[in-house]
Design a protein around this ligand. Structure first.
Ligand code: NAP
Length: 279
């Protein structure tokens, strides 16, 4: 099992040293509504920020807020010089267009890397903010010493926040990449050939041992509630682990790394803005 806990701890200590009380970036977090999962994610992010010396402002809004009001708030945060990063916790209520909201965030404060300018930068291999979960996955593979170049990587899932960006990052590292989705036929024929298998499906224990090649590296991104009500991933960890050379576990694994990358992205936005303001 890849020791992502140590990797996360090392990275967070590095950020803490880098900030060293002289620099205090500020992350504004917007939470709309009272979705318990979102609330818990926001609390986790606030705690992680506090521990490394990033200050946070959390703005909690009722879920009946209009899209216009939400965008007006983002506009205010965009021009507020004391704010270095803006994060809108997703999902948003169904009457709000997520794309319009993400599009309203100043790309230089877009710590999630979801703004079209940052997405374009990723696809055009330009400098930009890379989404946290895919960035964390690459860090985990590097930390474990997994060679990516020349390997056959299969990604299950094609979302804008995980499946697509991780596929691009793996391609940029010279893997040969196949992206699978809900309409993919003969899924296990494909996954069972993968040297590196990334599961970002959102279905408990979806990846079973027969879908995995002997010696494969398996990264489990899923965060689900199993039948027993406990958190579990997309991978049937207990049965799959015996076949793998490296595997990540849920809970733990990629989740904490995602938050660590959020901290790194916040510092990156802060440093970029500092360089700009120093001319
Ligand atoms: P999503 O937007 O719902 O995307 C799920 C993807 O899985 C879709 O592309 C979907 O295909 C595909 N899929 C669904 N059923 C499938 C099937 N039977 N066979 C093959 N593919 C199938 O989810 P997401 O936002 O990418 O997140 C995926 C999981 O990762 C969730 O459990 C989420 O909670 C978790 N997550 C964790 C972190 C973290 O920090 N650890 C961060 C983000 C997400 P279609 O495109 O055809 O619908």
């Amino acid at each position: 099992m890849i020791d992502t806990k140590t990797l996360s701890k090392n990275k967070r200590e590095k950020i803490k040293k880098q900030l060293d009380h002289n620099y205090i970036p500020c992350l504004a977090v917007i939470l709309v509504g009272e979705n318990p999962a979102s609330l818990s994610y926001v609390k986790g992010k606030e705690k992680a920020c506090r521990e490394v010396g990033i200050s946070t402002i959390t703005i909690t809004l009722e879920d009946r807020i209009t899209q216009e009001e939400l965008i007006k708030l983002i506009d205010e945060l965009n021009i507020d010089n004391s704010v270095d990063g803006i994060l809108v916790q997703l999902p948003l209520p169904s009457h709000i267009d997520e794309f319009a909201v993400i599009n309203a965030i100043d790309p230089s404060k877009d710590v999630d890397g979801f703004h079209p300018s940052n997405v374009a930068a990723l696809y055009l291999k330009q400098k930009g903010i890379i989404p946290c979960t895919p960035k964390g996955i690459i860090d985990v593979l590097d930390f474990a010493g997994v060679e990516i170049e020349g390997k056959y990587a299969v990604v299950i899932g094609r979302s804008n926040i995980v499946g697509m960006p991780i596929s691009k990052l793996l391609l940029d590292r010279n893997a040969t990449v196949t992206i699978c989705h809900s309409k993919t036929k003969n899924l296990s024929d494909i996954t069972s050939k993968a040297d590196i298998l990334i599961a970002a499906v959102g279905k408990p224990l979806f990846v079973t041992a027969d879908m995995v090649k002997e010696g494969a590296v398996v990264i489990d991104v899923g965060v689900n509630r199993g039948e027993n009500g406990k958190l579990c991933g997309d991978v049937d960890f207990e049965n799959v682990k015996e076949k793998t050379s490296y595997i990540t576990k849920v809970p733990g694994g990629i989740g904490p790394m995602t938050i660590t990358c959020l901290l790194e992205n916040t510092v990156e936005c802060f440093m970029n803005r500092k360089v700009l303001s120093n001319g």
